[in-house]
Ligand binder design. Sequence first.
Ligand code: PLP
Length: 465
Amino acid sequence: MSNNRNSLLRLLPSVNELVAEIAQSEGAKEYDLPAMTWAVRRVLEKARNQMLEQELEPAEDIVLDLTYWLKREIFKELKGSGSLKRVINATGVILHTNCGRALLAPEAAAFVAEQATCYSNLELDIETGSRGSRYHHVDDILTELTGAEASLVVNNNAAAVLLIMNTFADQKEVIVSRGELVEIGGSFRIPEVLKAGGARLIEVGTTNKTWLHDYREAISAETAMMLKVHPSNFRIEGFHHAVSTAELVGLGDELGIPVVEDLGSGSFFAGTDYGLPAEPTIQETVKSGVSLLCFSGDKLLGGPQAGIILGKKELIEKLKKNQLTRALRVDKLVIAALIGTLRLYQKGQIEKIPVWNMISRTREELARDAHRLAALLSDISDLEVRVQEDESCIGGGAFPTAALFSVVCAVKPKSRPVDSLEKFMRQADIPILARIAKDWLILDPRTLLPEDYTIISERMHAIDL
Ligand SMILES: *Cc1c(COP(=O)(O)O)cnc(C)c1O
């Protein structure tokens, strides 16, 4: 086998040979030499990897006609916009971290496009003609929607926690329940972020049980705040006790210690309307009297990546004065995307926010779409196709144990293993992501967009070739 591999590798032309050949072909006139060289390098590397992997599919004509394969891939590379591209998410995971989390509403995206291509009053007070604040535009709408006194938006929720720690707890102590010392998404760990902000972590309680007296006993002259963290991506079942935000605020008021809550996902709605477990909403948390709270812009809110901080005006003013705020500042496009999204909440047009549209899809709608997809695929002779009940999930660390019902289209190739079909779909020009369950590839319509159906069908039909 390795001989075979080596002889394949020896067939690959050099970069120079290939660039010279491409330069002479019909469609190459519009590309300059650096672009061609870059594309050739990438494709040669891809060819080498495929040969070494020894996973050549019968459908991959790399072995059959190397020159044709190389040319095709190079032109794909030249025409394509590089590495970042759209994908089709058939996994049913709504806030898929690997796929960019929340989709923006088209209305919000249109506002971004306008703000990106036109000048604006980003930091201009139109009335007076003097310098204004970029945060002001989004503050109006955030305080109106949430009832908070004031707001500040930073790069992401990790930045929000970092900024809060650095502003109020540098060289001081922060009390956190051991049940809430979570790691989120592999790179955000509460103890590490506290440390980065200069705060000393005081852990109280145990993994499964923390009581109000645990906090009370830990408070000292060094205490800067009590921090409550939404455990987001995990849940303790059974023998469990956590202190509620209201109880903590009561203790904080008694002893003059601010309470800060990291809500993680943060939602304007109780998910119970859609069969999700009860979670305190953003508005309820504001009302509970916490000094500050923060949450992500691109999780359940359904907006752009951002960290939204709400709370008492004097504390928000202190945050704004921290030099770190300048480093964590949000771009105007993020502000536009956030305002565009929040306007839909303001108008009550929740169905236009893709995250909530997907969460609220009914069994009937999902069944109709699963059947539609199954019908498109039914004439593929190598495929068994069926429609079945399944589950989707929200993802992004929101509602870890909550599964949404779904109705999916499941397909099983007759003449090849299912993982090779999964790979074939994933490696399409517009990659199609789906999950494998036993011998079946599961296509969940919950996260599909209207135009995705024909693209999936076309790619799936290509396995017949
Ligand atoms: C997701 C999450 C974060 C990190 O938010 P980003 O916006 O991804 O930085 C922080 N805390 C909690 C509880 C989370 O769920």
